[in-house]
Design a binder for this molecule. Structure first.
Ligand code: ATP
Ligand code: MG
Length: 256
């Protein structure tokens, strides 16, 4: 039997709008693992996510992305989503004419002309969305926190095997960070013992506060389009808080 990582990114180089943003990224994530991606503004973190999701503007000029052992580098976004990849976007677009409820039905494979199923109704309530709110156009006029909660609700409708969270905590008040973390935990099988977990994730955060509520297995620092160190999340965050990202450049000695 061949054993492979859930996600395996090798030597990935990516160009966006004529500029090379990623310069040889290597990253592997196993079944049941939660990894954290750290790095300064503009380092290429969101670019990495959108490339894994297969957005056409993000042109792979070298390297490969494997998911469940299969090379997906050339697959369409729709095919990747169908294989079990999901993302909560840093800045998702507003979609006029599509209600949150109808989007949730599509994402959870329900008929649009049938009432929303009870699982999704309960989850919406848990994430503090009223029935009236569910009738609103997706992200149109939502507050910053509502956008973030809506992204997580949509992921709960999909239950991907591998989820990328792009700053799910940015602009979210302290109480809602805890709420979001608990639902992110559900997307990462955190209620199961480590060995029994199947779902995995990669989470971008700047402040790290959310990690008080989500146990992460490993952290990586991305700078100038490259992962320059990987290791224990608590230690790396503490170091960045003390010495800034320049400390990472000087150190770059964590075991991978
Ligand atoms: N579609 C695009 N068109 C032009 N430039 C882009 C595009 N996407 C990304 N870039 C550029 O690539 C670089 C990396 O951007 P990216 O969004 O990946 O950074 P990030 O690490 O997510 O930063 P932040 O922490 O601020 O979210 C930036 O200089 C950005 O302007
Ligand atoms: Mg970003």
């Amino acid at each position: 039997m061949v054993i492979f990582m859930l996600l395996e990114i090798e030597n990935l180089s990516v160009e966006v709008a004529g500029k090379q943003v990623l310069k040889g990224v290597d990253l592997s994530i196993d079944n049941g693992e939660t990894h954290v991606l750290l790095g300064p503004n503009g380092a290429g973190k969101s670019t990495l996510f959108l490339t894994v999701l297969g957005f056409p503007q993000y042109k792979v000029i070298d390297g490969s992305i494997k998911f469940k052992g299969e090379d997906i580098t050339q697959l369409s976004t729709a095919d990747r989503v169908n294989k079990g990849i999901g993302v909560s976007f840093q800045n998702p677009p507003a979609i006029r004419g599509v209600s949150v409820e109808n989007l949730l039905k599509l994402e959870s494979h329900q008929e649009v002309n049938q009432p929303l199923n009870s699982r999704m109704k309960e989850l919406a309530k848990k994430l503090k969305f009223s029935d009236e709110f569910l009738q609103r156009d997706v992200n149109f006029g939502f507050s910053g926190g509502e956008v973030k909660r809506s992204e997580i609700l949509q992921l709960l409708a999909q239950m991907p095997d591998f989820t990328m969270f792009d700053e799910p905590d940015s602009g979210v008040d302290i109480e809602n960070v805890e709420l979001l973390a608990s639902e992110i935990g559900a997307l990462l099988d955190k209620e199961l013992k480590h060995d029994l977990r199947k779902r995995s994730g990669l989470l971008i955060t700047h402040l790290g506060y959310i990690l008080n509520f989500i146990n992460a297995d490993k952290a990586h620092v991305l700078m100038n389009g490259k992962i320059i160190c990987s290791g224990n999340p608590g230690e790396i965050i503490e170091d960045i808080q003390k010495n800034g990202f320049n400390g990472c450049v000087e150190c770059a000695q964590y075991p991978s």
